[in-house]
Design a protein around this ligand. Structure first.
Ligand SMILES: [Zn+2]
Length: 140
């Protein structure tokens, strides 16, 4: 008899939901301290779901995830403008080369631009969470 990995995972979540978090872990959305709450559940403050099982760590604040998106922003700046320029120039004179390189550069540039914005938003949110955690630790 074989058991599907997803079923094992679900079973592990069910077991974890009956256990309590023993250390200070913080909600990845609002920074609420989840200590003493079930390992799998919902944040009582903002309602977002979390999974604090070490193999998962979904929706849990992690200091190492705080990353300034410098690389993504640089790639966007290097690839995006030349790509958009080639695509804009196709309005006056079409060429397969401009279409190909314009789409390639513009496409990758846009992808990294979106990634940079998302990471910047997460960085700002995590920065606020880290500040909240520091303030609450001072009162403990
Ligand atoms: Zn929360």
């Amino acid at each position: 008899m074989s058991v599907h990995p997803d079923q094992i995972d679900k079973y592990m979540d069910e077991i974890a939901a009956e256990q309590a978090i023993g250390v200070s872990l913080y909600c990845g959305r609002c920074g609420y301290n989840l200590r003493t709450l079930p390992v799998v559940g919902r944040c009582p403050e903002c309602g977002s779901t979390y999974n604090a099982r070490p193999a998962k760590l979904d929706g849990i604040f992690r200091e190492e995830d705080v990353e300034v998106p410098i690389t993504d922003a640089l790639i966007f700046l290097v690839l995006g403008p030349p790509g958009y320029w080639l695509l804009i120039r196709m309005v006056t004179s079409y060429s397969p080369g401009k279409l190909f390189f314009g789409s390639l550069l513009g496409g990758f540039g846009t992808y990294f631009g979106i990634r940079a914005v998302r990471k910047a938003m997460r960085f700002m949110r995590y920065h606020q969470i880290a500040r909240r955690i520091r303030q609450e630790e001072e009162y403990d």
